[in-house]
Design a protein around this ligand. Sequence first.
Ligand code: ADP
Ligand code: UDP
Length: 239
Amino acid sequence: MEKLIYEGKAKQMWSTDDPEVLRVVYMDQATALNGKKKDQIRGKGEVNNEISSLIFEYLTAKGLKTHFIKKLSATEELVKKVEIVPLEMVTRNVSAGHFASRFGIEEGRKFTSPVEETYYKSDELDDPFINESQSLALKLVTKDELDVMWKLSRQVNQLLTALFKKMGLALIDFKLEFGRLADGQIVLADEFSPDNCRLWDLKTKAHMDKDVYRRDLGELTPVYEEVLRRLKEALKEEA
Ligand code: ADP
Ligand code: UDP
């Protein structure tokens, strides 16, 4: 019997017959401000599932280790079950969002080399910023695991910055999650969609990501659908 083992802000995780495999259901829900702003958004689950599946397939084809097995249906995918490392690994190529507000600078400043930050994944604590020695002291992760996670994050940044550029989009920043397989191997987990990255149109500078929702800039689903359309085109060119 399949059981709902977790319902988060955007996805449900279901057990399957195989104890090492989970079924992910992408929901039509958007949240911001750690869940304080929350809305049902028709079509969001489907488009995010499609974008994330294509991106995980792309990264897997480039040799990166991920949890992804396959897309199952419009809103579902199968993934390898992992023990999530409770860290949100953020990479920033250009200043935006909290980086800009925290340090009192404008959005859009390109960094000479990417900024790397970690946040402790805890809804109760509001995902506080955490540094390496704090993560090690709390035994959330080992130094070797952190090294692997940053190495994978840098590979993701290189591959996806180039891919999004072909789509006429700048990859401003993004958040990744990693997990441990049963044998301890670290793999990229969760999702990659406009929900957890910032994408700016190279020509118009328009926001093509969740900032449309966070900042009430208009309808979200058509924007994500345009990202998906461009992604499919770029992947066709690559093939
Ligand atoms: P949140 O928990 O932040 O509200 P979601 O709604 O996206 O986020 O829920 C998905 C949850 O499943 C997240 O907590 C994420 O860390 C976790 N997760 C992602 N991939 C896997 C996996 N392969 N195995 C186990 N848990 C996973
Ligand atoms: N991000 C995320 N989940 C979070 C916090 C941030 O996916 O709980 C992503 C966000 O979409 C952006 C990047 O991480 O691409 C950096 O976000 P930032 O710290 O600027 O916070 P925000 O302004 O998005 O709250």
